[in-house]
Design a protein. Structure first.
Length: 417
């Protein structure tokens, strides 16, 4: 069975001989392993509940990204790959993907993704076995099984956030100014069209041989894609090819969300140090500190905050920054962690001169998240009447005060502590 599998893989691998893989495309090539996975996965897709997105990335058009998708679609469906145009507007892209998913195409091709590839629907389409989708112009929900394979291509496309772990990348680079002018010896698409049955049999032979051999050298499963990891990934490695999942580390290093966290945490540790605790307003104040001649005291911190929370005036937006810091709670980047500390809510009872008691209370009662926030509120509400007495009782629940500072403090600590 192993010899049959090797012959089947050799037959499929010959289709890729003239593709300009960035890492050389030899037997141990990760880019070539991802391309092989892209040819195998659509044929075997019915045997797995989910499959990662395959991205063909290149610096210029005309390198062979769409042609690779046509080969995969030609083997699986007998037709060239039908594509969905990528839009700079994420909402528009989501509408197009929603329509393709409802149409039930076996392959969804996301074409010319030149920007950042991300989005909740795309994450669900590449991971969940079932989706609840709403057709445009209606209010009903349609239960849709996810049985298709998502293929994508782009020119220097970037994968961000949750899509990083759901994507494997094949990098192509013809290393020339006009890649479309190359002359090829063969025509793989014509070969697939003429002998499609043989190529389908080859894909099935590889998977069956690996299962009949008892899954030798079975790799640790890729989370959410256990069946794909067994049928496609492990079988390729068993036959001496590189692990296609190794390409995820390259995607992760260029993830803009990851880079933003690293920039903020590094600037924070370098210019504010670790071990402190700050409210969002205090962080903005320190980032904006200047020397007498207008030179910023903390330029790296200010630049990092502006990248994630710039308002229309070109200043740091407190709401955006606060939401971002809350979203990165306990995230680790650049060797640091952001331990967001939520204050216990406190009931602060104040006796104010000239204010009558209410019921059994001796003064006004409000719930604040810190003594500092109470004093801010008191100065605004009673500018001429400072509190004479302050008693504090702590409760287990937390209180969020969106209009008065922050409901917690932020800090960065070296990880591991």
């Amino acid at each position: 069975m192993a010899k049959d599998a090797e012959a089947a893989l050799w037959m499929i691998d010959m289709l890729l001989d003239e593709f300009p893989f960035r890492d050389g495309g030899k037997r141990e090539s990760v880019d070539r392993a991802v391309a092989l996975s892209e040819l195998l996965t659509p044929v075997l897709r019915g045997a797995m509940p989910a499959a990662p997105m395959h991205l063909a990335n290149a610096p210029q058009p005309g390198t062979g990204k769409s042609y690779l998708a046509d080969l995969a679609s030609g083997i699986a469906t007998g037709e060239r790959c039908a594509v969905v145009a990528f839009s700079p507007n994420p909402e528009e892209t989501e509408k197009r993907l929603n329509g393709s998913a409802l149409a039930g195409h076996p392959i969804i091709g996301l074409d010319n993704a030149s920007g950042t590839i991300e989005g909740d629907l795309l994450c669900q389409m590449t991971e969940r076995p079932l989706l609840q989708l709403r057709p445009l112009g209606t209010s009903k929900m349609v239960r849709t099984p996810i049985t298709y394979t998502v293929l994508s291509n782009g020119n220097n496309a970037v994968v961000a956030a949750d899509m990083v772990r759901r994507t494997i990348e094949c990098r192509l680079d013809a290393n020339m100014e006009s890649p479309e002018t190359r002359i090829f010896r063969g025509s793989p698409l014509i070969a697939v069209t003429r002998h499609r049955g043989a190529y389908i049999a080859a894909c099935l032979t590889i998977a069956r041989a690996y299962l009949c051999a008892g899954k030798p050298g079975r790799l640790p499963a890729l989370a959410s894609y256990e069946a794909w990891s067994d049928l496609v990934r492990s079988s390729l490695v068993w036959l001496g090819r590189a692990d296609p999942v190794a390409s995820i580390s390259s995607l992760r290093s260029f993830d803009p969300a990851r880079q933003a966290r690293a920039a903020v945490f590094n600037a924070w540790a370098g210019e504010l140090g670790t071990g402190g605790a700050y409210l969002t307003a205090e962080l903005i104040s320190r980032a904006n500190d200047q020397e007498p001649f207008g030179v910023s005291l903390r330029p790296a911190l200010r630049a990092a905050f502006l990248d994630i929370g710039r308002d229309r005036r070109g200043e740091i937006d407190a709401t955006r920054l606060g939401r971002w810091l809350g979203k990165t709670e306990n995230n680790i980047a650049a060797g640091f962690r952001n331990p967001f500390q939520r204050f216990h809510s406190m009931r602060l009872c104040s006796r104010c001169a000239g204010r009558p008691a209410r019921g059994n209370d001796s003064g006004d009662r409000r719930v604040f998240s810190s003594d500092r926030l109470f004093r801010i509120w008191h100065r605004a509400a009673h500018p001429t009447s400072p509190p004479q007495h302050l008693s504090v009782r702590c409760y287990n629940q937390t209180e969020t005060l969106p209009r008065i500072g922050s409901a917690g403090s932020f800090d960065v600590k070296r990880f591991p502590a």
